[in-house]
Design a binder for this molecule. Structure first.
Ligand code: AHM
Ligand code: MG
Length: 323
């Protein structure tokens, strides 16, 4: 079995970048431990009673996971600062201000699924800082286009705990071994199937879809395969990590468009769309906001939202109007 550290070594990942993966490893094990005890002893289910800057109710586990990742990134020495979906502003780590990297994170994705024992996850993106080492970080460090990601990935806390990441050379899957709490290689260089069967979208928003997306939704319902049976099926977990993970393995598309409730889309460019699009690109898929490649968007604010389409290339072409 190939452990995470030996894999990173064999891929010539620099020691500084590898130390960030080690921080993610440690924090995710702590979060996984807490997730697996949900319902036992101290109650980690439920709302914290606070809201994040985007006006969303924070769950206890959102805050717990955020604290775990902040602690490990602060300690690791290679991270000069980070931005989190749960923090109002970007954080600068004065004790490691010479760190080469900044990290963007959604510490606990799929918050609405915490209390019902459904898969949730952590999503991260890693960039080289642009300001010189030792100087204060600035917006330009955090507001980089996704194309500049050095690495991205997610952890999914589910049937097993898996870490999926790319450092720009393929997208790889690791599984956490509960015995020694190390990650071991499960699949190297996974590729999205060219085409897929799964269409993942919250259809309650159908009336809000633009005409092209409405037509695509109808197409998914109508399309028959060569055997006369329906070509597509619907699957929507409501945790981006879990929906993306299934589609990556089985083939499919995930869409979260602009809606009346979320006119700019619900998902966050820096913490969700960019890291997932980088993984998709490295697995033969792609991410789009419906008009352009997600990775080309120049962010203007930390908590920026955007419509999101990601998945298998043929399904992406169909959804984006090349029917
Ligand atoms: P979160 O980061 O606050 O959990 O929000 C993101 C989640 C995604 O994981 C998921 O795909 C989506 O929100 C579900 O939203 P909805 O319930 O509107 O379908
Ligand atoms: Mg999220």
């Amino acid at each position: 079995m190939t452990s995470l550290s030996s894999f990173l070594n064999s891929e010539n990942v620099s020691p500084n970048l590898a130390s960030i993966f080690e921080a993610i490893h440690k924090a995710s094990v702590t979060v996984q431990n807490e997730v697996s005890r949900a319902g036992l002893g101290a109650d980690i289910f439920g709302a914290k009673g606070s809201e994040n800057i985007q006006g969303e109710q924070q769950q206890k586990l959102d805050v717990y996971a955020d604290e775990c990742f902040i602690r490990e990134f602060r300690l690791c020495g290679s991270v000069a600062g980070m931005a989190s979906e749960e923090q109002d502003h970007a954080l600068q780590f004065d004790e490691s201000l010479t760190g080469e990297y900044v990290v963007m994170i959604d510490p606990l994705d799929g918050s609405s699924n915490i209390d019902v024992n459904v898969a949730i996850g952590t999503i991260f993106a890693i960039y080289k800082r642009l300001t010189p080492a030792g100087e204060n970080l600035s917006d330009k460090d955090f507001l980089q286009a996704g194309i500049h990601q050095v690495a991205s990935g997610y952890v999914t806390y589910s049937v097993s705990t898996q870490l999926v990441f790319s450092t720009g050379n393929g997208t790889h899957m690791f599984t956490l071994n509960p015995e020694d709490r190390d990650y071991y290689l499960y699949k190297k260089s996974v590729s999205f199937p060219e085409d897929g069967k799964v269409y993942s979208i919250n259809e309650v928003n159908l009336d809000d879809f633009n005409p092209e997306l409405k037509a695509y939704a109808q197409h998914c319902k109508d399309k028959r395969g060569e055997n006369g049976k329906r070509k597509y099926t619907g699957r929507y977990i409501g945790s981006l990590v879990a929906d993306f993970h299934r589609n990556l393995l089985k083939g499919g598309i995930y869409v979260y468009p602009a809606t009346t409730d979320s006119p700019k889309g619900k998902l966050r460019l820096l913490y969700e769309c960019n890291p997932m699009s980088f993984l998709a690109k490295n697995a033969g898929g792609r991410g789009s906001d419906g008009l352009q490649d997600i990775l080309e968007i120049k962010p203007t604010e930390l908590h920026q939202r955007c419509p999101f389409y990601v998945g298998s290339p043929i399904m992406m072409d169909e959804a984006l109007g090349n029917l």
